[in-house]
Design a protein around this ligand. Structure first.
Ligand SMILES: Nc1ncnc2c1ncn2[C@@H]1O[C@H](COP(=O)(O)OP(=O)(O)OP(=O)(O)O)[C@@H](O)[C@H]1O
Ligand SMILES: [Mg+2]
Length: 296
């Protein structure tokens, strides 16, 4: 049912915004969007992540309890909820970043394209390359703009020769909507960029490592409203080619950038629903109370 609703919404959107910009008869208007939607459905059939009965412990403190979630490609999934409810912990479970924290334990399954990422033979470096992360505070290396973006490809040996590396750096900076700004200062210190530009540089760094998934933990909370909007626009563009999961404290942001939203509460996933539904007619009273500011 949700699929059907989203289909109709997409179709309506596609017709209204048909790229040719010309007035067409109804059949013409339908052909492109329908084909596009069929291709999209075929791509979307498999979730990128299937999370099953996930529990997570810091020592004896249970931070996540029985989380079940499917995360689909070409959609933005937003995670909201009050401070300390487990959003960041959950995000870090998706690329095993919690492994670096001592005395932690995970139960349940996180399947990435059907493979258990916690299986003993998983190459964690490769996993974190494929599932990249952008943090709250931009964290470029104290190096040049170019070297920041080239870092992943160099360490991982993703390119052969300087020309190929140059090309990948340029492509990643273009995708992060930064190329025009930095193309004449590629060898300047990355820390000289504004905070918003630094955050886009961090996104370019993830893209250059040839990630398929981008995890973002409150990526705009250190940014001003204009830089925030730029990152939101970028998220919407990247959604075409990547799976994106974003943690945000800003409910307007979740409503603006995401297709699906999950509400966490005391380590549980209370509601996981289309963003439209969650913010208009949520299934749970707790969600209603949270989004209207009565709780949390
Ligand atoms: N490194 C850690 N060691 C021990 N406990 C931790 C650690 N990180 C988080 N926790 C605990 O796990 C629970 C969930 O924290 P988490 O940071 O995931 O919440 P959050 O929803 O991201 O909060 P916020 O919105 O404030 O960022 C909290 O009780 C927190 O104290
Ligand atoms: Mg957090």
């Amino acid at each position: 049912m949700r699929e059907a609703r989203s289909f109709l919404r997409d179709l309506n959107f596609s017709i209204r915004w048909h790229p040719s910009g010309r007035k067409t008869n109804l059949l013409d208007s339908f052909k492109g969007p329908v084909l596009w939607y069929i291709i999209r459905l075929m791509n979307e059939k498999q979730p990128t992540f299937k999370i099953r009965n996930l529990d997570f412990y810091y020592g004896t403190n249970k931070a996540l309890s029985q989380i079940n979630m499917d995360v689909y490609p070409h959609r933005v999934t937003a995670l909201i909820g009050p401070s300390g409810c487990g959003k960041s912990t959950f995000l870090r479970c998706l690329n095993r970043m919690n492994d670096t924290i001592p005395n932690t334990r995970l139960e349940g399954q996180v399947l990435l394209e059907g493979e258990d990422i916690y299986a003993p033979d998983v190459d964690v470096v490769y996993l974190r390359q494929k599932v990249g992360m952008v943090f709250q505070k931009p964290n470029p290396f104290p190096q040049s703009v170019y070297d920041n973006v080239a870092y992943g490809p160099r360490v991982l040996g993703l390119t052969e020769g300087q020309a190929e590396l140059d090309e990948l750096v340029e492509r990643s900076l273009r995708q992060a909507a930064l190329w025009d700004l930095v193309k004449d200062q590629l060898h300047a210190d990355a820390l000289g960029l504004s905070l918003g530009q630094q955050q886009r540089l961090c996104i370019a760094r993830v893209l250059a490592a040839k990630a398929d998934v981008i995890l973002m933990d409150e990526p705009c909370s250190a940014l001003d409203p204009i830089d925030t909007l730029k990152i939101e626009e970028l998220i919407r563009e990247l959604q075409e080619n990547y799976t994106i999961v974003i943690v945000t404290h800003n409910m307007q942001q979740a409503a603006r950038v995401s297709d699906v939203t999950g509400l966490f509460w005391l380590g549980e996933l209370i509601e996981f629903n289309s963003t439209d539904t969650l913010f208009t007619t949520p299934d749970h009273e707790l969600t209603e109370a949270y989004i209207t500011g009565r709780m949390g």
